[in-house]
Ligand binder design. Structure first.
Ligand SMILES: Cc1cc2nc3c(=O)[nH]c(=O)nc-3n(C[C@H](O)[C@H](O)[C@H](O)COP(=O)(O)OP(=O)(O)OC[C@H]3O[C@@H](n4cnc5c(N)ncnc54)[C@H](O)[C@@H]3O)c2cc1C
Length: 467
């Protein structure tokens, strides 16, 4: 039986980073992947969804061009061609799905197949047994499917199938008002489907600052998306070829008919084929349990990326992959504690945040200062023709440092970088305000927020930071 210092299971962001990092210690490494290298992000997550969103944005922009002097007569729209654009982007970013991503050049053995533990030190792949001194579990997540009576029988799609549709369903019910549900929902709404977002909580985007979530709700509603909040689906049936959802919305019964159901109700660790019980690795709810050094309940088995929960982002998975490999082979193990995680939702306008929300800061007993700046006062936003949204900064007033930043607006995913740097380095808002920003530019909105006086909290929606 071949033996390796490290066997990495899963070739997504976490696994690839861990394998490459481990090789720098001169150890022997094998990486096992059952689908394509690159993982969910390249093939069914970040890249294809953002490409589809870009296509939907282009469709949507046609509505607006007459004010720039162009009258457009649309003679056709092709959902298939939008999907082809997405496929072309995935091919370009993901590369050849059959290549080994340079692993063998790096001295890493790449095995295509499904890994399953036989015992804590042995995995089987394609009927070959391999011995590992250490393992890294990096198998990511699968969609969490809520146990709704009739859902399975009626049929539903998840992010994977939603990216492979040949035809646009006329009416789509999206279960879940988180980033994935909203990104797909807005794109499909812009392609022409009638989209209803069904959210269990009292509002969408439960992890975002409340002002930002409320504005997002308002912007998306203004495009014609429907929302059912405080809603739970009691059962699904099929009648006359329609999917019929019976819901409780604000304690009243509600019936929604649709042609497709997209389930976006969260994720769960992808462990069903791993045989974790044979390895003696414990779970913590839906995810693999790890300590701060990313060790599972078996000290020689580590886990990194989405599989262990927390922030489910590619950049976090990659960070954890490196930490795990360094902790296995380095002399000084360090805890995995990314101080600042930029979190983006790619609806239009984009949402981006880093650090604490206002409520988190207040709940932690911090004397909290809030500074805001609406894009309707940004010269660049006015020139660009999109003044939706705002920048909201959160500061610790006693320590005079920035502890949170929340943006909804054009290019928010790029704008957040400056605030993330300031939070990471404990800088005061004045550090941003004292830095010269180019005129006219979107980052000036962050500078202007940092220059503004601290306010007592007034909900942004009441100040009418407008559509
Ligand atoms: C629709 C959607 C949109 C997203 N958009 C973004 C975004 O814009 N930005 C962002 O940062 N994040 C985004 N994410 C999240 C991002 O995709 C994940 O955080 C990231 O892919 C996690 O990387 P990972 O390495 O932990 O797992 P994965 O990327 O899931 O990789 C795990 C790999 O393990 C393989 N595997 C599973 N079981 C086995 C087994 N038993 N044997 C062998 N191989 C196995 C799988 O085939 C897979 O390739 C999105 C996710 C989704 C679903």
């Amino acid at each position: 039986m071949e033996s390796y210092d490290l066997i990495v299971i899963g070739g997504g962001s976490a696994g690839m980073k861990a394998a490459r990092t481990a090789r720098r210690y001169g150890v022997s490494v094998a990486l096992i992947e059952e689908r394509e290298l690159g993982g969910e992000c390249f093939w069914a997550g970040c890249v294809p969804t953002k490409a589809l969103i870009r296509a939907a944005e282009a469709w949507n922009s046609l509505e607006d061009v007459s004010k720039y002097g162009v009258d457009v007569k649309i003679i056709g729209k092709s959902f298939q061609r939008a999907m082809e654009y997405k496929d072309a982007v995935v091919r370009e970013v993901g590369g050849d799905p059959n290549s080994d991503g340079g692993l063998s050049k790096n001295g890493i053995r790449y095995i295509k197949g499904t890994a399953s533990f036989q015992d804590p030190h042995t995995v089987t792949i394609n009927s070959e047994d391999l011995h590992g001194h250490h393992f890294l579990l990096a198998t990511g997540t699968a969609p969490f499917i809520p146990p709704i009576p009739g859902l399975h029988e009626a049929g539903y799609i998840t992010n994977r199938e939603a990216l492979e549709l040949n035809e646009l369903p006329r009416r789509i019910a999206v279960l879940g008002g988180g980033p994935i549900g909203l990104e797909f929902g807005q794109a499909y709404n812009r392609f022409g489907a009638e989209v209803t977002i069904i959210e269990h909580s009292s509002d969408i985007l439960a992890h975002e600052d409340r002002d930002i979530a409320r504005l997002a709700h308002k912007f998306l509603s203004s495009e014609g998306m429907h929302f059912l909040t405080n809603a739970s689906v009691e059962r699904v049936t099929v009648e006359n070829n329609e999917k019929v959802l019976t819901l409780t919305v604000n304690d009243a019964e509600y019936v929604l008919k649709c042609d497709e159901i997209l389930v976006a109700t969260g994720r769960t660790a992808s462990v069903s084929r791993l045989g974790l019980e044979m390895a003696g690795v414990a779970m913590d709810g839906r995810y693999v349990d790890v300590n701060s050094f990313l060790q599972t309940s078996q000290p020689h088995i580590y886990a990194a990326g989405d599989i262990s929960g927390g922030f489910l982002f590619t950049h976090v998975a990659s960070y954890e992959g490196k930490i795990a490999a360094d902790n296995i082979f380095g002399d000084n193990p360090i805890p995995s504690r990314p101080r600042v995680v930029p979190r983006c939702t790619y609806i239009d306008p984009e949402i981006a945040s880093a650090g604490m929300t206002e409520v988190e800061a207040l709940d932690s007993g911090i004397r909290t200062g809030v500074q805001t700046f609406p894009f309707k006062q940004s010269d660049r936003a006015i020139i660009y023709g999109d003044t939706r949204g705002l920048v909201k900064l959160i500061a610790d007033l006693d320590e005079d440092r920035l502890i949170g930043a929340h943006i909804i607006g054009h290019m928010a995913s790029s704008l957040i970088a400056e605030a993330a740097l300031a939070i990471q380095h404990d800088l005061p808002p004045s550090a941003i305000a004292d830095t010269m920003h180019a005129y006219p530019s979107f980052p000036e909105a962050i500078e202007s927020a940092a220059l503004s006086s601290y306010i007592e909290h007034i909900p942004a929606i009441e100040i009418d930071y407008k559509l």
